[in-house]
Design a protein around this ligand. Structure first.
Ligand SMILES: NC(=O)c1ccc[n+]([C@@H]2O[C@H](COP(=O)([O-])OP(=O)(O)OC[C@H]3O[C@@H](n4cnc5c(N)ncnc54)[C@H](O)[C@@H]3O)[C@@H](O)[C@H]2O)c1
Length: 339
């Protein structure tokens, strides 16, 4: 598994170990190794861009989650993002084919459906994107995901059965926690500020999925008949929500614990995202039913939160942490980039 020490990867590693698999994690460990400390897993501390063919010896399946995982980190160094997310993925596929690795899952993103909308367009409910909807990637991150998807699909044949998962925004608790994803951010804001910020009223729609369900979907691809997944794309989500609805669910959960959380209206940002997607194909083809609702996940996260002062730790926020790493790295090694 690439990116096995990340937010989703750490949860997926746990699921794999519990199911009796023997994952090997290839990771740069940008966020450290703590998330895997409780598990006995083999690791390769290396950059994806330098993946070696011999690392695939004895490997039955590759789960590819590594790389830059959001817009801000990708925009921070677009060339590194391109090399990690697009070019390195294409190369990894070549290596898998050469070594006869048949199964390959790819963590793509719902942001490939993104469309630019004016404030008035945003007020209408967006139509439902399925896997055949025309893509409209904007920005370095989603462009690199689309390129990677195309390279993977072009390689599918009798010997190689890759599957692409377009994951909605993920929520939930992971041993490598992120508080820069919408639901998790609301929980953090509720604790630190006792208020949640709703940009443009928070009317925009987003597909969301729990981190355990997201991991389960990758696991399903290990067992599924090859003909059912070869060269297929699946949307991965529990449900579509309006941001406003998510804020109310978080505020409501805190209210049940006697904490009053205010909702604060903020101006509409320049970049507005508003899309919904369907998981019908995933449920029909692989029998997926989400097992964790956003409300259950919110309750679970609230129960596991670190102390408030710890919530400011930059490690929980991808772009803040990468910026810090970059500064430290540059000061120690001249101008060499961490990216
Ligand atoms: N979290 C979400 O909401 C979400 C939604 C859609 C898609 N995705 C995709 O799912 C995957 C995992 O996301 P996440 O939230 O776990 O991200 P994350 O940032 O927590 O984890 C990414 C992992 O990849 C590793 N990594 C990054 N660049 C690397 C490189 N060049 N070589 C080796 N390792 C490298 C990091 O060290 C980290 O452990 C990503 O591909 C992301 O684009 C995530």
């Amino acid at each position: 598994m690439t990116g096995g020490a990340g937010y989703i990867g750490a949860v997926l590693t746990e699921h794999l170990v519990r199911a009796g698999h023997h994952p090997v994690v290839l990771d740069r460990f940008f966020w450290g190794r703590k998330a895997l400390a409780h598990l006995q897993v083999e690791t390769i501390a290396a950059d994806l861009r330098e993946a070696r063919e011999e690392w695939l010896d004895g490997i039955d399946a590759v789960m590819h989650l590594g790389g830059l995982s959001n817009d801000p980190t990708a925009e921070y160094n677009t060339e590194a993002n391109w090399q990690m997310n697009a070019v390195a993925t294409e190369r990894l596929v070549e290596l898998c084919k050469r070594r006869g690795v048949k199964r390959f899952t790819f963590a793509s993103s719902a942001s490939v459906y993104d469309t630019e909308l004016s404030a008035s367009e945003m007020e209408r409910t967006p139509s439902m994107c399925d896997e055949t909807t025309a893509l409209a990637p904007r920005g370095a991150y989603s462009l690199s995901k689309v390129y990677a998807e195309k390279a993977i699909l072009a390689a599918a044949d009798e010997t190689f059965a890759p599957v692409i998962f377009r994951q909605g925004t993920v929520y939930g608790w992971s041993p490598r926690m992120r508080f820069d994803l919408v639901v998790n951010t609301f929980i953090k804001d509720a604790v630190i500020h006792e208020r949640l910020y709703l940009h443009g009223g928070g009317w925009m729609w987003r597909p969301l999925v729990d981190v355990n369900d997201c991991a389960r979907v990758h696991m399903m691809a290990l067992e599924a008949p090859l003909d059912r997944i070869r060269g297929q794309i699946f949307n991965v989500l529990e449900e579509n929500y309006q941001i406003r609805q998510l804020a109310m669910l978080v505020a409501g959960s805190f209210a049940l614990k006697d904490a009053q959380i205010d909702l604060v209206e903020m101006p509409l940002p320049k970049l507005v995202r508003n899309y919904r997607m369907s998981n019908a194909k995933l449920s029909q083809a692989l029998g997926f039913t989400p097992s964790v609702t956003v409300l259950e996940s919110i309750e679970n996260m609230i129960g596991k939160l670190p102390p408030p002062e710890e919530l400011a730790n930059p490690q929980y926020y991808n772009v803040r942490w990468m910026t810090l790493l970059e500064e430290i790295h540059a000061s120690q090694r001249g101008f060499a980039s961490i990216y």
